[in-house]
Write a protein that binds this ligand. Structure first.
Ligand code: CP
Length: 319
């Protein structure tokens, strides 16, 4: 059974296949009864050892929309508090009959570690500062729509806390596979050494220069919880907003608004001007959340052995 631990080393064709499958799933989600029995009788375990709203709820909705049962695990209230390890927790959930494990954890590589000890496919729902592959894939679904399916020669500008961002890392691997350019923008202390060399991306600390020529802009959350509270990493939230906050004026490039993405959750008036958040003409944020359900349906279906042809057949057969 296949795991989805990250986008590192994943071929462009596979990424495009997930995007294509997600489009078929979107068709299912638009039906009056937005549900098919494609994974009926299968059990999807959602193992979230770290907080989540979007990823967790969209995986749950995705599993239910495919007719699967969901085993919901939350760290709070679990036997972790009695000293049970994450591996033993996963083994317990495996014994309960899970067919697939969706794992979020604050430690990088925890899904990879669990996959070495489990028979079931493991899907990474965000691990530490390593990767968040399904977030990047759903963003790419949105970009595929905006860019008419053509990634080559496009420029995605990513603004913000790159060093702590698993979303940015998944995007950098995906760009390597799909052939679009990525430009990183932010204060120097938000970049780790070696990024340009490792990924061949562009990098600047000047936001206005960094936005030039962008085909889409993605702001990243400043990960306060992963940074030393009150530490020297930023002078102030207001300073950050003045220097790196995205506003209508800044997004107005070449006389038209550049599409704005953000994986969420957003720090209002830090990464974005609050009036942009739900401005449907500029912001793709709500579309990203909606697309997450279809993309996660495609990934769950793939992880449990469904094929491209089966998805298309099922969509047309209405099953
Ligand atoms: N983008 C994202 O992973 O959001 P959640 O933490 O709410 O799942």
């Amino acid at each position: 059974m296949p795991d989805l631990l990250g986008l590192r080393g994943v071929a462009g064709e596979q990424i495009l296949a997930w995007i294509r499958h997600a489009r078929a799933m979107q068709e299912i989600l638009q039906r009056p009864v937005a549900k098919v029995p494609a994974l009926r009788g299968r059990r999807i375990a959602l193992m979230f050892f770290e907080n989540s709203t979007r990823t967790r709820m969209s995986f749950e909705l995705a599993a239910k929309s495919l007719g699967a049962d969901v085993l919901n695990f939350s760290a709070s209230g679990s036997s972790l508090a009695k000293g049970e390890t994450i591996l033993d927790t996963a083994k317990t959930i495996s014994a309960l009959g899970a067919d697939c494990m969706v794992v979020r954890d604050g430690h990088s590589q925890m899904p990879a570690y669990l996959s070495q000890h489990l028979e079931e496919p493991v899907i990474n729902a965000g691990d530490g500062t390593n990767e968040h592959p399904t977030q990047a894939l759903l963003d790419l679904c949105v970009l595929a729509q905006l860019w008419q399916g053509r990634f080559e020669d496009r420029l995605l500008v990513i603004v913000g806390d790159v060093a702590r961002s698993r979303v940015a890392r998944s995007h950098l691997w995906a760009a390597h596979a799909l052939g679009h350019r990525v430009r990183l923008v932010g204060p120097r202390q938000f970049f780790e050494p070696g990024l340009v060399e490792a990924f061949g991306c562009e990098l600047t600390s000047d936001l206005d220069a960094g936005l030039r020529g962008a085909d889409a802009v993605m702001a990243l959350r400043v990960q306060k919880e992963r940074r030393q509270q009150g530490g020297p990493w930023l002078s102030s939230q207001l300073d950050y907003f003045r220097t790196y906050g995205l506003t209508r004026a800044r997004l107005q490039q070449r006389g038209e608004a550049v599409p704005l993405l953000h994986p969420g959750p957003v720090n209002r008036a830090m990464e974005l001007a609050p009036d942009l958040l739900y401005d449907a003409d500029r912001s793709q944020i709500q579309t990203q959340v909606q697309t997450g359900v279809a993309l996660r349906m495609a990934v769950l279906y793939w992880a449990l052995g469904g094929s491209d042809e089966q998805i298309v057949e099922r969509v047309h057969a209405g099953t």
